[in-house]
Design a protein around this ligand. Sequence first.
Ligand code: OSB
Ligand code: MG
Length: 382
Amino acid sequence: MRLTEIELREIRLPLVEPFRISSGTVIDRRILLLRLTDESGAQAWSECVAFDQPIYSPETVDTAWLAITAWLGPRLLAVDVARPDLVAALLSTGVVGHAMAKAALEMGSWALAAEIDGVSLATLLGGQRERVGTGVSLGIQKSPEVLAERVERARTEGYRRVKVKIAPGADLEFLRAARAALGPGGDLTADANSAYTLDDADHLARIDEVDLEYLEQPLGQDDLLRHSQLQRRMKTPLCLDESITSVERCEDMLSMESGRVVNIKPGRVGGLRESRRIHDVCEAAGVPVWCGGMLESGIGRAYNVALASLSNFTLPGDISPSNRYWARDIVTPEWTMDKDGFVTVPRSRPGIGVNVDEVYVEELTVRREVLRENPRQDGRRR
Ligand code: OSB
Ligand code: MG
């Protein structure tokens, strides 16, 4: 595989409703899309999951744009890539951080390889599952009553798990209302997006009463040790999201017992190779994983669905259907969920399994830049 062109596009896609987490709110999603072209003419679209503001991690759309155009894109254009699992190392040598920017290129390389090989991305990754279980992630609502209505609706729509965003001042009462709406047997989880400190341990331990499947990322990204101290004081399993930035951090979590469940987001860990490594060490340790979401368009979602087809993704992921986020998605067919709460893994066509609506993408585009290979020193163009 030899890339001849990397096209960057920023689109704006309004969410059907604002999404509020403890650290901020997303209303209009600014999304950075890439289109990779290789010398055979094969193409693949990918998505960078960074937000407009650094509310989840240090990266943003603008830092990723810079990283890809200034440092990462030129590197990928300068080499022949034998296999997509080599791209992560190529992008990481000498460039620290910028995981989401790297992931957009790395993941696109996997899809391009799948296109060239004529197989689906899920198949190339080694995923066996035919469908993946779907959960909904509900942003912080105005009141426990409003949340209860949303939970009730999610339950009737068939979601296999309901996740509720929490923050100090919007936690226990909200979770009690959610539990009442879902019933005692329903899978309920909460995500704090790092809104607490260990000083809140007594308060957080009271969350045990609502019987969550897990509590996601209560403490800071770097708080692996503190999460292990909190875990010892709670019955509820902890799940780590922001903290797991690499397979090494995941190994640290396992040896410190900082949590019992892992959320894998390929953007957060630099791509699909690292995601698979994390999946594998968790599987070996008997720790279940699920695929997180970043309010992706249908392009990013395709990668999440393919990843979640791997064997140890035994818990429902944040992989909701297109209409939970967008009035109109940028792919066809749009992503749908069946009445049992599953999304089907597309296998019948090569690559990411959906078509990109390029006319609509063009309409939504607010910024565009194209990177091209530099002719080789000897003047030959292959
Ligand atoms: O922690 O998973 C998170 C959205 C914004 C920032 C952080 C998170 C989320 C979600 C979105 O939970 C889940 C989805 O894409 O459906
Ligand atoms: Mg999370």
